[in-house]
Design a protein around this ligand. Structure first.
Ligand code: UDP
Length: 494
């Protein structure tokens, strides 16, 4: 596809992980809707997942294209095709994956130099600090896109500044987050910045440096949800923060809510018909994002808890979780016993389609920020079960601050839940949480009301409200920097 050279050209560099790519593609649409030309950096495997979405956007006249680079799998010891975090066969290979990402610096530079339309601005994921050199070489402004909530960013920023305090030595000893807009008790093991783990110090420091030297920060959130944290983070970093979300609401074209982020093998009509036949607000949707996986025993406890709750449910089980034990447990009774009110989706689910259906009354989630924000956007309250990274703090935001969620288990003292974890939840806890969320008496009613109100605010923010205004300001800022050819002091001094 060829574009005129006069339109501003934004280059988006996502981290190749579903929770980071999906909002970046949404951001591409938002920019293209404002008349920008957008290039999204991908690799062949990642292109294939988003091609249908981009084709639809192109058909609607939006100027979005892929800047496809080869992912150096062989060079970093990964088998061919391991181009996304969810395609890694084991967590141990994450380091190889990030080494591969880092190697994209030179090919991206070469690619961008060959284009007739010089980038006006690079927006890169906070986990891709290697893009700062690309922007510096090309002398273009660079904004950092943060995937997680601002609540998480501010909390971990403040905790990291104070973490050497003696009483914090115990990773699970509760303490108050210093300098936070309100009282918030956390434990250190669940309040760490991305990459703040032994062995990842280099990437952690590079990411911090790339954030500090960026020309501004873009977050997938909205002011009505996170104003206090946005203001404090802006102040702490002395950097402009634009909240331009929830970007999932940019996605209302037929088709996008179905194949959002991956090719799904489920029949959307079957799901729609199934949901249409259920009462408003009666269904619990259970899904734990793109990465978290469960041991067979945890899956069986979830299933038995759902069965005992006697509520209709849609339950997503990933292909990698489908062990022979789970497959035979499902087929030897469970599926039959629950067939009249349970729908099990194996693989990738059309999450936005499901969540936005009026029959869905609750979402059991791992609290990935996209899933959380998607539920907020459509006014659905949550059962929270965080597994790693920012998810623990997102749970606090949902349950303690916004009060639109019920924790599956309060104060779980674990830094990470993996596919090997056992014995952390019981069917009784699942059953109790589902009843509390979907019913829960007056408290449940209030929770649902708060969730609905937030959903309305989210829509307003994206339909001409503050998030639209922030997007305007962000674009203006980037284009002013680009047009003036003005580069901040830290760039020109290097
Ligand atoms: N998602 C989906 N279908 C699935 C699993 C996930 O559409 O079966 C989407 C979900 O809607 C969200 C993203 O994948 O947009 C997951 O991001 P999140 O931040 O919630 O969690 P992560 O996968 O990063 O842990």
């Amino acid at each position: 596809m060829s574009y005129g050279t006069r339109k501003p050209h934004f280059v988006l560099v996502p981290l190749f992980a579903q929770g980071h790519m999906i909002p970046m593609i949404d951001l591409a649409r938002l920019l293209a809707l404002r008349g920008m030309v957008v290039s999204v950096v991908t690799t062949p495997r990642n292109t294939a997942r988003f091609k249908a979405m981009i084709d639809r956007a192109n058909a609607a006249g939006l100027l979005i294209r892929f800047a496809e680079l080869r992912f150096p799998c062989a060079e970093v010891g990964l088998s061919e095709g391991c181009e996304n975090v969810d395609l890694l066969p084991s967590e141990e290979l994450a380091r190889n994956f990030f080494a591969g990402l880092n190697m994209l610096r030179e090919p991206l530079l070469v690619y961008l130099r060959q284009q007739c339309s010089k980038p006006s601005c690079i927006i890169s994921d906070a986990c891709c600090p290697w893009t700062s050199e690309v922007a510096r070489e090309l002398r273009v402004p660079r904004l950092v896109f943060h995937g997680p909530s601002c609540f998480f960013l501010l909390c971990t920023h403040n905790v990291s500044k104070h973490k050497s305090g003696g009483h914090l030595a115990d990773a699970f000893e509760p303490f108050l987050v210093p300098g936070f807009p309100h009282k918030l008790e956390v434990v250190r093991a669940q309040s760490l910045k991305f990459f703040d783990y032994p062995g990842w110090e280099k990437l952690r420091d590079e990411a911090a440096e790339a954030e500090a030297s960026a020309d501004g920060l873009v977050i997938n959130s909205f002011r009505e949800l996170e104003a206090a944290y946005i203001d404090s983070y802006q102040k702490a970093l002395e950097k402009k923060v634009w909240a331009i979300g929830p970007v999932c609401l940019s996605n209302n074209e037929t088709g996008d809510e179905v194949a959002r982020g991956n090719n799904t093998n489920v029949d959307e009509n079957q799901i729609r018909n199934w949901l249409d036949a259920k009462e408003t607000g009666s269904v619990i949707y259970v899904s734990f994002g793109s990465i978290a996986s469960h041991s067979s025993s945890h899956l069986i406890e979830i299933g038995l808890g759902l069965e005992a709750s006697k509520r209709p449910f849609i339950w997503v089980i990933k292909e990698k979780e489908m062990s022979p034990e789970v497959a035979s447990w499902l087929s030897e009774g469970f599926e039959e016993r629950t067939s009249w009110r349970g729908l099990i989706l194996k693989g990738w689910a059309p999450q936005m389609l499901i969540l936005s259906h009026p029959s869905v009354g609750g979402f059991m989630t791992h609290c990935g920020w996209n899933s959380t924000l998607e539920a907020v956007s459509v006014g659905v309250p949550m059962i929270t079960w965080p597994h790693f990274a920012d998810q623990f703090l997102n749970e606090k935001l949902v349950v303690e601050v916004l009060r639109i969620g019920v924790a599956l288990k309060i104060n779980m003292s674990i830094p990470r839940i993996t596919g090997d974890s056992e014995g952390l939840i019981t069917r009784e806890e699942v059953e109790k949480a589902v009843s509390e969320l979907l019913d829960g008496g007056a408290e449940g009613e209030e929770r649902r009301k708060r969730a609905k109100e937030l959903g309305e605010k989210a829509k307003k923010a994206m339909e001409g409200g503050q998030s639209c205004e922030d997007l305007t300001l962000m674009i203006r800022h980037a284009l002013e920097l680009a047009e003036e050819g003005r580069l901040p002091v830290h760039r020109s001094s290097s």
